[in-house]
Design a protein around this ligand. Structure first.
Ligand code: HEM
Length: 432
């Protein structure tokens, strides 16, 4: 059988095509001038923490519909930390149901992400234990993360320069998730292609191809579930097969194959693009703030602070949505049932009432919780895994390439993407 790490790190033009933040936004149709947004957000927040209307309208940007269930509904936009926190922590009124897609089978297409308590809690409990910090630092790190990082470092060490976006950041989450789920060898390769193409918004992949690839992803995971039912191994699918679901008022039972598939698909979708883009943002922050990079190189205990500050400074997914479940008076607005709230995590992370000099990247600033992973009920399931991926990734780069720096003869990187997903334009570096 082929070695999974070799298979997943091999040269493949698909990476170049799919892991380009600007191209991704162009394909979705939501490319914006990212740098122009925050000054406008500050001006709006100074007037009021909550505004009637979509942020796109308030900013004068062309329309873009992220969630089909939000179409045609009145919107309100939330820009302060305090008001975002209040909405995140009240799931009975501000529901996640807006994030799913209607489908004939009535399945939750986005799994736990579109569920509300108490059902959400019951399902989340079946997967949460595999994502706690001890598991991220232990099982995930040993089982997947360190293996892929060692391979990628060895691959880059053969040359003088690299694009860390493509050669490094893009590849770590794909391998981590594919291997964690339980796929290996050439099946992992087929799966990776299908997975990248099914989640891709690349113009070269038609909707028909995307659906066909989504079918391959489904049948591969369902096949894996069937094999692990016969013979469990040390992977996420085997773990989920052993868990019991306890929905209030219903008998305790194991998860069905479709429920395990839904968990696996959400983990793949939620954990792929986010970790890739956020690792790029963290490296971008350090490479463009040399004195902070030097400090981190000399004292690796600072890496976690550097990562948290990158999450505060530029969270890759700066807006999430909620459906309003009953008429509510919220921060001076009477908001009707059926409206949609746009919660500005990015704006909340730059709220000057919480952070001094909010637009500056400063890993030494006082430590306060930021909103990059959300808050409350749906706080990111994979945040510990993401933190370990980024921490191990930066540590290994500093160990092997102490002179790492941006390539002066290449275009300077900048933040790009859409309002809803942002990352760095590229990370061309000199390794020696
Ligand atoms: C730095 C990278 C990441 C960022 C910035 C991020 C951000 C977020 C945010 C803001 C939410 C909350 C959504 C909401 O409230 O509606 C969320 C939820 C979620 N994330 Fe992440 N995420 C990251 C990485 C990951 C990874 C690596 C995984 C899995 C391996 C993952 C899996 C999930 C899942 C399953 C949920 C849904 C949780 C629930 O509904 O209870 N994420 N993420």
């Amino acid at each position: 059988m082929l070695d999974t790490a070799d298979v997943l790190t091999a040269d493949d033009p698909l990476y170049e095509e799919l892991y380009d933040v600007r191209r991704e936004a162009e394909a979705v149709g939501n490319l914006i001038d990212v740098a122009a947004v925050m000054p406008q957000v500050h001006a709006l927040r100074a007037q009021a923490p909550v505004h009637k209307g979509r942020l796109r309208e308030l900013l004068g940007l062309p329309p873009h519909e992220r969630h089909s269930r939000a179409a045609g509904r009145p919107h309100w936009t939330v820009l302060s930390y305090d008001a975002c926190e209040a909405a995140f922590r009240d799931p009975a009124i501000f529901s996640n149901s807006v994030q799913g897609h209607d489908n004939p089978a009535g399945e939750k297409t986005m799994g736990i992400l579109e569920m509300d308590p108490p059902v959400h809690r019951a399902y989340r409990r079946t997967i949460q234990p595999k994502f706690n910090m001890p598991e991220a630092m232990g099982w995930w790190r040993e089982h997947t993360i360190d293996t892929i990082i060692a391979r990628l470092i060895a691959r880059m060490a053969a040359g003088e320069r690299a694009d860390l976006n493509l050669d490094y950041c893009a590849r770590i989450p794909v391998y981590t998730i594919t291997t964690a789920i339980g796929l290996d060898g050439d099946e992992a390769l087929r799966f990776r292609h299908a997975y990248l193409n099914s989640t891709s918004s690349s113009r070269t992949v038609t909707m028909q191809q995307r659906l066909e690839n989504a079918k391959i992803v489904e049948s591969t995971v369902l096949g894996l579930i069937a094999r692990r039912r016969e013979e469990p191994r040390d992977d996420l699918v085997s773990f989920l097969l052993g868990m019991k679901l306890q929905v209030p008022g219903e008998p305790v039972r194991p998860l069905t194959d479709r429920e395990i598939l839904a968990h696996a698909k959400l983990v793949m979708v939620a954990g792929g693009g986010t970790s890739w883009r956020q690792m790029g943002i963290a490296l971008f922050a350090l490479l463009t703030h040399r004195e902070q990079l030097d400090a981190v190189r000399d004292d690796r205990a600072l890496i976690d602070d550097a990562i948290e500050e990158s999450l505060r400074w530029n969270p890759t997914a700066p807006y999430f949505y909620r459906m309003v479940m009953q008429d509510v008076a919220f921060r001076g607005h009477d908001i009707p049932e059926g409206a949609v709230l746009e919660l500005g995590l990015g704006p909340a992370n730059h709220d000057p009432s919480r952070w001094e000099r909010p637009d500056a990247y400063d890993l030494f600033r006082p430590k306060l919780t930021n909103m990059a992973f959300g808050l409350g009920t749906h706080r990111c399931l994979g945040m510990n895994v993401a933190r370990v991926e980024i921490n191990r990734g930066i540590n290994a780069l500093l160990d092997h390439f102490p002179k790492l720096r941006l390539a002066p003869d290449a275009p300077a990187p900048f933040m790009t993407g859409g309002l809803e997903q942002q990352g760095v334009s590229g990370l061309p570096v000199l390794l020696r």
